[in-house]
Write a protein that binds this ligand. Structure first.
Ligand SMILES: [Zn+2]
Length: 227
């Protein structure tokens, strides 16, 4: 009985073009604003950047997304960035074991309400799983799909390896998949090495052994001093 499903001109799509995201995709989205020595580097500078990002990740039907972007202009772009900012705020709060700002929660919850609905559909002699678009907010639907993996991780209590790069000028978000679970930097060859150079110099200045813990690399001098 399909008549129970309402909404403006809905369309059902079988999995196979499923708009699905994993936590990595979610983090990739957050990191579209990266930092270099604390200076933001905006990878979603114009609407087309957002459309291309969603396209790369197979997260939206392009015509609907493009139409919304064209109609919304800067407001549309700002909405996408606001969701990204809220995701970072939630991630940071999880890493720091504190409650995020209510505004961030409200923003995330706002897009969750736009999530495409999962449903069973009659397939070829069996059931298939499809999803139904409301077709009135393709952007909200795509954002919801990006947000969902983070919500699922929190629901499952799987936040113990959420990390933010220990370099304050970087703040790259990532999940620590190392065996020991002691990864602190986005990348040892950049941020990790930079931190090491600082400690090495500070040791030489003070003549004291460095007591920093959690550095998986050891105490040898860094290979490449920073520029
Ligand atoms: Zn970093």
């Amino acid at each position: 009985m399909t008549a129970t499903i309402s909404g403006p001109a809905p369309s059902v799509h079988l999995q196979g073009h499923a708009h699905e995201a994993d936590l990595e995709t979610c983090l990739d989205f957050v990191n579209t604003e990266s930092y270099d020595d604390g200076v933001p580097d905006e990878h979603l500078a114009v609407s087309q950047d957002v459309i291309a990002w969603f396209e790369e990740h197979g997260l939206a039907h392009q015509p609907a997304l493009r139409a919304q972007a064209a109609a919304g202009g800067e407001v549309w772009l700002a909405r996408v960035r606001t969701v990204r900012e809220a995701l970072r705020a939630v991630w940071d709060a999880e890493v720091e074991h504190r409650i995020p700002d209510q505004a961030a929660l409200d923003t995330v919850n706002g897009v969750l309400r736009e999530a495409p609905r999962i449903e069973l559909v009659a397939g070829d002699g069996c059931c298939g799983v499809g999803h139904r678009h409301s077709n009135d907010d393709a952007t909200g639907e795509a954002l919801a799909v990006v947000v969902q993996p983070l919500v699922r991780a929190i629901a499952a209590g799987e936040t113990g390896r959420f990390r933010v790069c220990a370099n304050d000028g970087c703040r790259w978000v990532f999940e620590d998949t190392s065996r020991a679970g002691r990864r602190r930097w986005c990348d040892m060859t950049t941020c990790g090495n930079r931190a090491k150079v600082r400690r090495f110099r500070s040791r030489r200045r003070t003549g004291h052994a460095d007591e920093a813990t959690g550095d998986p690399v050891g105490d040898a001098a860094p290979a490449t001093p920073p520029a």
